[in-house]
Write a protein that binds this ligand. Structure first.
Ligand SMILES: [Mn+2]
Length: 613
């Protein structure tokens, strides 16, 4: 069998030329590539831009009229495609990382700056590249209903990098059963990169087997939310799927998203989001699932799966909020909910607005582990301000004011300026909530996000102990983490309290999460990760999971005890060295004077949130 492999852009071929005659370590790869090109050049179709084996053979053999009923379950995999993709070799194929050579770093850097990811790497990789099938093995034998709804995929973009945008919709078209994919709607949010205008129209019009792709153009930049709404308004299929413009759909991604909707149109479904590395385009898992949540500054957070979810790793599980822009929803339900609040600007908060609305107004939301989509998390956003001021704050205020009832107060406590911020006219959103008889936020917190307060308490419990930590052997010595960076060891220095001009980081808190943080840098934690005899203490990003960052205070011994296999904070006053060692009642160097000891809070050690809510 002749394998047809066609470079889909010039850079592929350039890279090939550059390295084929050298003794590059990747020689073998290039040699096999060369072979494939030779084979392809014999093929009259080789001049045609991307071509994958005929699609959807897995399902196409099933005759519409032979389906017994709408409850029939079928295997939706396209095995012809899966086999062909497994054989692909070349830069970035199988989701492998691309190696950028020294000579290429200049090109890499300039395309990195303008995109926040390596546009250069993207250009070297086929827009039809294969990705690794990293689904749970159980997904490979899963059946879904034969009767699934049709789909419009809406992909807004703003100055997206050319080959990255192309790869997004190529992956969608290649890996979707054609009978389900009705159309792909690209929404150009008034980009100003010239290639995203006529060149894009031209590209789309020339693609064989891609009559379904269209572009909606916005006159002025309205932001992600406005663009998504504009695309959704054009959508004609039963289900709308929103994707970002820098994503790659994985094997058989579509049926798991549609199946729950086919059973209940008021279910929204999110795929697992994988990572496409911003540097080298490696495709890899982020994790194997978590439930979406938020803290009380409205930062997106994640909650652990429930024991019930862990028992069924391929089944959709309920999630309180979606991560962002990748999800499926029936058009009927989306518009019953009024779409997104059109008063939300640019981006931010919309995932909360829609999630709260879905749950509170009679729907539900699940993550489908067997649907995976890779996403480039940019290193930074290269797109500058929108000239719209604090739109994020206004968006959050709108969401809080319309949907969160008395819980909005917990946000205003942390972001006091939201309290008096004008969210604009919210009367229509309030009226919608009334009309749909949506449930109160309290219901959402009790029934859907019931374990959120345990991880992200609306009111922070008090610290167990806090302030400076003074040696009882040499009362002039204090623990000082010296504003250390990630992984940096620290020790003791002269106590600086009351001394003008002294510099140091000597105030700490043993927080309700049972870790110790500098009081002015509450993202860093004391961390011990070695079992050596006098193991050093370092500062590290807090993970909130105990373990090597777990500390407790023993007021009787004046000990600070580390870890589940307890050792005590100890020091060498002469060398000003700090470490943990086996607890020993006879060692004075293990006793500490801590500025504030909150005995009431220490009495609630096992349930620090007692009496809070
Ligand atoms: Mn994105």
């Amino acid at each position: 069998m002749t394998v047809v492999f066609v470079f889909t852009n010039f850079k592929d071929a350039e890279k090939f030329k550059k390295t084929s005659s050298s003794d590059d370590p990747e020689e073998e790869v290039w040699a096999s590539l060369k072979q494939k090109i030779v084979e392809a050049s014999d093929n009259p179709e080789a001049e045609v831009i991307p071509r994958l084996p005929s699609r959807n053979v897995g399902i196409e053999h099933i005759q519409e009229d032979s389906l017994p009923d709408s409850e029939a379950m079928v295997d939706w995999h396209n095995y012809t495609l899966i086999r062909a993709e497994k054989e692909r070799v070349g830069p970035g194929e199988q989701g492998k990382p691309l190696v950028i050579s020294k000579e290429e770093e200049g090109s890499h850097d300039s395309l990195f700056r303008s995109n926040g990811f390596s546009g250069y790497a993207s250009d070297l990789i086929s827009v039809d590249r294969s990705v690794p099938d990293i689904r749970h093995p159980g997904c490979k034998t899963k059946l879904y209903h034969a009767a699934l709804p049709t789909v419009s995929v809406v992909i807004p973009f703003y100055n997206e990098h050319w080959s990255t945008l192309l790869r997004t919709f190529h992956s969608v078209i290649n890996r979707s059963p054609s009978k389900l994919l009705k159309e792909v709607i690209l929404v150009d949010d008034a980009s100003n990169k010239p290639e995203l205008k006529m060149q894009l129209d031209d590209y789309i019009s020339k693609l064989p087997k891609m009559p379904k792709v269209s572009v909606v153009r916005m006159d002025t930049r309205g932001g992600l939310i406005t663009a998504r709404l504009a695309g959704a308004k054009k959508a004609t299929a039963e289900v709308i799927i929103f994707l970002d413009s820098h994503t790659e759909a994985n094997v058989n991604w579509l049926p798991p998203l549609l199946d729950p909707i086919s059973q209940d149109y008021r279910t929204a479904v999110c795929p697992f989001i994988d990572v496409v590395d911003f540097n080298n385009f490696e495709y890899r898992a982020q994790d194997e699932g978590a439930r979406g949540a938020f803290d009380w500054q409205l930062f997106y957070k994640r909650l652990p799966l429930l024991p019930e979810d862990l028992k069924h790793p391929t089944e959709p599980f309920k999630s309180p909020v979606m991560a962002g822009g990748l999800f499926a929803i029936s058009a009927k339900f989306f518009w019953e909910l009024g779409g997104y609040d059109p008063g939300l600007e640019i981006w931010g908060g919309e995932q909360y607005e829609l999630s709260f609305k879905i749950w509170q107004c009679g729907g539900s939301m699940v993550d489908a582990p067997c649907s995976r989509v890779g996403h480039i998390y940019r290193k930074y956003s290269p797109f500058g301000g929108s000239g719209k001021g604090d739109y994020l704050g206004r968006n959050y205020k709108r969401v809080a004011a319309v949907w969160m009832d008395e819980y909005a107060e917990f946000i205003y406590t942390r972001r006091p300026h939201y309290r008096d911020m004008d969210p604009g006219d919210i009367s229509q959103q309030v009226a919608l909530r009334k009309k749909l008889e949506c449930k109160p936020f309290k219901w959402f917190m009790k029934e859907v996000a019931f374990d959120l307060p345990k991880h992200y308490p609306p009111v922070e419990p008090e610290d167990f102990v806090s302030g400076e930590i003074r040696s009882q052997v040499d009362s002039g010595l204090c623990v000082d983490s010296g504003f250390g960076r990630q992984g940096q060891q620290f020790g003791l220095s002269d106590c600086m309290k009351g001394k003008a001009g002294a510099a140091g980081e000597q105030r700490f808190a043993l927080s309700w999460r049972k870790d110790i943080r500098p009081m002015n840098r509450r993202k860093m934690c004391w961390d011990v990760n070695s079992y050596q005899e006098e193991a050093p203490v370092t500062v590290y990003d807090c993970h909130g999971q105990g373990g090597n960052q777990f500390w407790k205070y023993d007021p009787d011994h004046k000990w600070l005890i580390h870890g589940g296999n307890p050792r005590c904070l100890d020091h060498d006053p002469k060398g000003r060295r700090l470490f943990v060692a086996r607890c020993d009642e006879n060692k004075a160097t293990q006793r500490w004077t801590i500025e504030n000891v909150n005995l009431d809070q220490l009495a609630k050690w096992d349930d620090p949130m007692k009496d809070l809510f």
